[in-house]
Design a protein around this ligand. Structure first.
Ligand SMILES: O=C(O)CCC(=O)C(=O)O
Length: 270
């Protein structure tokens, strides 16, 4: 094991001793989370990628090398795990993505809690268009970046959705994970497993409103063109993260464009 940069020596020694005693890495990482050392937990995950089965970000350094560019890790938070990545997309890529949805946007839909089908709902008043995976060369580039950022194979992702929120449009507080208590749970996870993580990419600046808020932890991230926001919908042990409740706040002035990527536990065939 390499030294964990984010930890004081006594904890580093604790990790080394536990590894030597044969304690599974998963258990050590769980303890680090429980003790509030989430940066260190993520750092250890990056070193033990063969035993980790959730998306994770290498937080050892403040810059992250992706296949075709270097991005900056601007903020992180836990729990729930939230990370803000600066300049994930260039302005030109944002504009190109918006342009590729021209004339295709429709009323957004949500998964219906009653029968598991997709339906329009007044909790989500944006317009949207859903792409298949690898639908365009740009989308493939973005999916490769996401794969590298989160150490999660692109095949375990739903197609990218582009959303447009006009004045007053919003997405009221909701969870992205499928609730195991819901009667449609088996049906919802049948296609590709649980939605373990969400990556949002802001495609426009917004003059007022339009932030992404996490009301259970009083956190709000304001939109910034090209910036990405990742949050985990499940905890390290795979159980659902109830603190991941989030909302797209109403746009007060301007238009918000956003691209959403939902990550699944298993390969997702759209
Ligand atoms: O619009 C936002 O900021 C949030 C979008 C969202 O909650 C989602 O796509 O799941």
């Amino acid at each position: 094991m390499n030294a964990i940069l984010q930890l004081e020596p006594t904890w580093q020694q604790w990790i080394t001793e536990n590894i030597e005693r044969g304690v599974p890495h998963n258990k050590i990482i769980s303890t680090l989370f429980e003790r509030g050392f989430y940066s260190a937990a993520y750092e250890l995950m990056s070193q033990q990628s063969d035993v980790i089965n959730i998306p994770y970000i290498d937080m050892t350094h403040n810059s992250i090398e992706l296949p075709d560019k270097t991005v900056k890790l601007a903020s992180t938070f836990h729990p729930p795990f939230v990370a803000v990545i600066e300049s994930f997309l260039s302005h030109q890529e944002c504009d190109q993505l918006i342009k590729s949805t021209e004339g295709k946007m429709k009323e957004s839909r949500v998964v219906s809690p009653t029968d598991g089908t997709f339906a329009a709902h007044n909790a989500r008043t944006s317009l949207s268009f859903g792409f298949q995976r690898s639908a365009t060369p740009l989308i493939t580039i973005i999916e490769n970046r996401i794969e590298a950022l989160l150490h999660w194979p692109a095949i375990r992702g739903e197609g990218l959705q582009v959303l447009q929120y006009g004045k007053g449009a919003e997405y009221r507080p909701h969870y992205d994970f499928f609730d195991p208590k819901n009667e449609n749970f088996q049906r919802n996870v049948g296609k590709g497993g649980q939605r373990v993580g969400t990556l949002l990419m802001y495609l426009s600046d917004v003059e007022a409103g339009g932030g992404t808020s996490f009301p259970k932890v009083n956190l709000e991230v304001r939109p910034k063109k090209g910036m990405a926001l990742y949050f985990a919908n499940t905890k390290f042990d795979g159980s659902v993260e109830s603190l991941s409740l989030h909302a797209g706040m109403p746009v007060i002035k301007g238009t918000k464009y956003l691209a959403t990527k939902w990550l699944r536990t298993n390969p997702y065939i759209g």
